[in-house]
Design a binder for this molecule. Sequence first.
Ligand SMILES: [Zn+2]
Ligand SMILES: [Zn+2]
Length: 301
Amino acid sequence: MTINSPITPEQIRKSADMLKQTRPAYKYLIDFYEEMFVIQEESKSELDLDPIIIGQEQIKLKIDKGISLINPDQFVIDVNHAKKLLIKICSIAGQKLPHLLDASQNISAGLSNNSFNAETLFNALLKNDPKALNKIAQTINVNEDALIFFAFEAIAPSIQACSSQLSYYLKSDSEAKPSQEQVPWKKGTCPVCGNIPQMGILNQDGEKYLVCSLCLHRWKTSRMGCSLCQNREKDKQQYFFNEEEKEYRVALCDNCKKYIKIVDLRELVRAFYPPLEQLCSIHLDMQASEQGYQGLVQNKI
Ligand SMILES: [Zn+2]
Ligand SMILES: [Zn+2]
């Protein structure tokens, strides 16, 4: 598969099944996430989103200056779609994750009796407005982290659809030259939305890409050195990997003391779905953090 191959719900299920076999410790989490990932992907066909239009001159300027195309609060959300998805995700969590039963029920009840406005919640998330989020969490008596988790998963399909629409702007220069499809981006943050990466990928040719933790955009980056702080001193960069998981390696940087997990698609025997790989490699986060390195993205629930 190529770096940007779309994934089908059947492929997600197959990859999830394989991971449940090889990493039984994750079965409990996969049982929930698999259902959520599948409805997120399936629901994308129902999205109704206006495209985000950016003028050619502005795009050129942004790319030249290394500025992301938009800020996260400029993503367009299909509120009705996200609201329906939020209720479905809460229902799955209620069945699969007993520790989130109360939270999921309170969010669903709050939505149906209009205790809070879904659009206000989604905007507060995108604007990173802790005060507004805290107010909603208190109103419906839900832990704020749980509320943020559910709401983010509900708007994820809208965000990813906007991102894939916007990513065409980044390819516009190179359409005539497919071999130069993506020019390496010099920054360690997403060229679409400016967020940090959640993981790295090595494609079939050994080229390195990063995957955005918010919009899942994948961008090409330099193979050498730290993807995060751009340090290139060889003695400051190291890796570790586990013999039985050849598809993963963890890049450690002694300059910024951060690490990033990298999936080598040449060694991967299942369809690649970044959120699933992120979930089923928490043991690597633990190993890296035991060695004193800091992750970029906090793991979910
Ligand atoms: Zn992004
Ligand atoms: Zn670094």
